[in-house]
Design a protein around this ligand. Structure first.
Ligand code: FNR
Length: 336
C-alpha cells in the first residue's frame, strides 16, 4: 500500500520534463471555418459503447485509504463526462482484503452497462489472478501493463520476464472481456505492437515517453543506486503514432504518455489514434485543487477540443484523420 502512496507523492514532486514530441507536429490554422461550435461531435465508439469524449482516465491507483478518495473522485469525473476509467494495479487487493474497497467503489460510482470500467494487473500475472481481478470490480475490459524498466529500477521489482508473451496469449484467449495491453510511459515500438497483435491483442495503449516518468518516480524510492541516466529513456508518443499510421483496422490504438492539453489530444487523433488517455495531468489537478478543480480542467479541455475541431474543419473525430499535418525537427529525424 505504501508503494502506491509513494508513487503519487513522487509523481507530484517529479522535476524531469520529457518530450512526447507532439511539438514537432504542425497543424495549419483556418480563418474561414464553415462549422458551428455546437455542431462538433467529440464522441467515439469504444468497446461497443459510445463515449462522449475521445479520452479516458488511465490506470493509477487503489489500495490504501487515500486511494479510496482518489479513486472515488476519478470515478465521479468519469461518470460526469461519460468517459472510461481504468483503475490502478489490483495486485494489492489480491493479497490484502482491506485493499479491495478502493477498487470496488469505482464500480459503485459508475453505472453498469453505461460507463466503462477497466481493471489492471501486470502482464506477468496468472490467468487466475486476472479472472479474480475482473470479478472484483466487474470490469468491462482489462488492462495488462508492461513495465520492464520500472521493475528493474525498483529494488523489490521483478527480474524475470521470460514467458510473458505466452502468458498474454493465454489470458487473451481465456478471459471474457477484451484485453488492453499498455505500457506505463516508456512507449511501445512498432515491433512490440505487432507482436502483441499476433498474440491476439486488439486494444493497445502505447503509453509513450514524454509524460509521467517512472524512472524518476522509482529512482526517488531507491537509495542504494541511482538511475537518473534512464530519465530520458523511452519512445516518444508522437513517434509511435506516426509509425503505426497504417495499422490494421481492427487494432484499437489508445494514445497516451504526456497527454496534457487539447492540442496534444487533437494531434494524437490526427496522427491516427482511436482515442487518448491521461493519467498524471488529471491527478495533478485533483491533488492540487480537488474534484472541482479537476472538473474545471476537463471542462476547459473539452471546450478547447471543440475550438480546435472548428479550426481544423472537422465535425467529428473520424474527420480529424483527414487533416493535413507536417512533421519536423527531432520527430522527423527519428521516425522511419
Ligand atoms: C501510473 N500508471 C500505472 N499504470 C498501470 O498500468 N498500473 C498502475 O498501477 C499504474 N500506476 C500509476 C500511478 C501513478 C501515480 C501514475 C501517475 C501513473 C501509469 C499510467 O497508467 C500511464 O500509463 C502513464 O502515467 C503515462 O501517462 P501520463 O501520466 O503521461 O498521462
Amino acid at each position: 500500500m505504501e508503494r502506491k502512496q509513494e508513487h503519487i507523492e513522487n509523481y507530484l514532486k517529479s522535476e524531469y520534463r520529457g518530450n512526447n514530441l507532439f511539438d514537432c507536429v504542425y497543424l495549419e490554422h483556418t480563418s474561414l471555418p464553415e462549422i458551428d461550435l455546437n455542431d462538433v461531435d467529440l464522441s467515439v465508439e469504444f468497446n461497443g459503447k459510445k463515449i462522449d469524449y475521445p479520452f479516458m482516465i488511465n490506470a493509477m491507483t487503489g489500495g490504501g485509504d487515500s486511494c479510496c478518495d482518489i479513486n472515488e473522485d476519478l470515478a465521479r469525473l468519469c461518470k460526469t463526462f461519460n468517459i472510461p476509467m481504468a483503475v490502478g494495479s489490483q495486485k494489492i487487493a489480491l493479497v490484502e482484503d482491506e485493499a479491495i474497497e478502493s477498487f470496488e467503489l469505482v464500480r459503485e460510482n459508475l453505472i453498469k452497462n453505461e460507463n466503462i470500467v477497466i481493471g489492471n494487473l501486470s502482464a506477468r500475472e496468472s490467468l487466475e489472478s486476472v479472472k479474480k481481478a475482473i470479478e472484483m470490480i466487474d470490469s468491462d475490459m482489462f488492462g495488462l501493463h508492461l513495465n520492464p524498466i520500472q521493475e528493474l529500477i525498483m529494488e523489490e521489482g521483478d527480474r524475470e520476464f521470460s514467458g510473458i508473451k505466452d502468458n498474454i496469449k493465454n489470458i487473451v484467449e481465456n478471459v471474457n472481456v477484451p484485453i488492453i495491453v499498455k505500457e506505463v510511459g516508456y512507449g511501445m515500438s512498432k515491433k512490440t505492437i505487432y507482436e502483441l497483435y499476433d498474440l491476439g491483442v486488439r486494444y493497445i495503449d502505447i503509453a509513450g515517453f514524454g509524460g509521467t516518468n517512472f524512472s524518476e518516480i522509482e529512482d526517488n524510492r531507491r537509495f542504494d543506486m541511482e538511475f537518473s541516466e534512464f530519465y530520458c529513456w523511452g519512445i516518444p508518443t508522437a513517434k509511435i503514432l506516426l509509425e503505426m499510421k497504417d495499422k490494421p483496422d481492427d487494432l484499437f490504438l489508445i494514445a497516451s504518455g504526456g497527454i496534457k492539453t487539447a492540442i496534444d489530444i487533437v494531434k494524437a487523433l490526427v496522427l491516427g489514434a482511436d482515442m487518448t488517455a491521461m493519467s498524471g495531468e488529471v491527478l495533478s489537478y485533483l491533488m492540487h485543487g480537488g474534484y472541482e478543480f479537476a472538473k474545471e480542467f476537463l471542462d476547459s479541455l473539452i471546450y478547447k477540443l471543440k475550438m480546435l475541431m472548428v479550426m481544423l474543419g472537422a465535425r467529428n473525430i473520424s474527420e480529424l484523420r483527414n487533416v493535413d499535418y507536417k512533421i519536423f525537427g527531432k520527430l522527423k529525424e527519428i521516425t522511419e
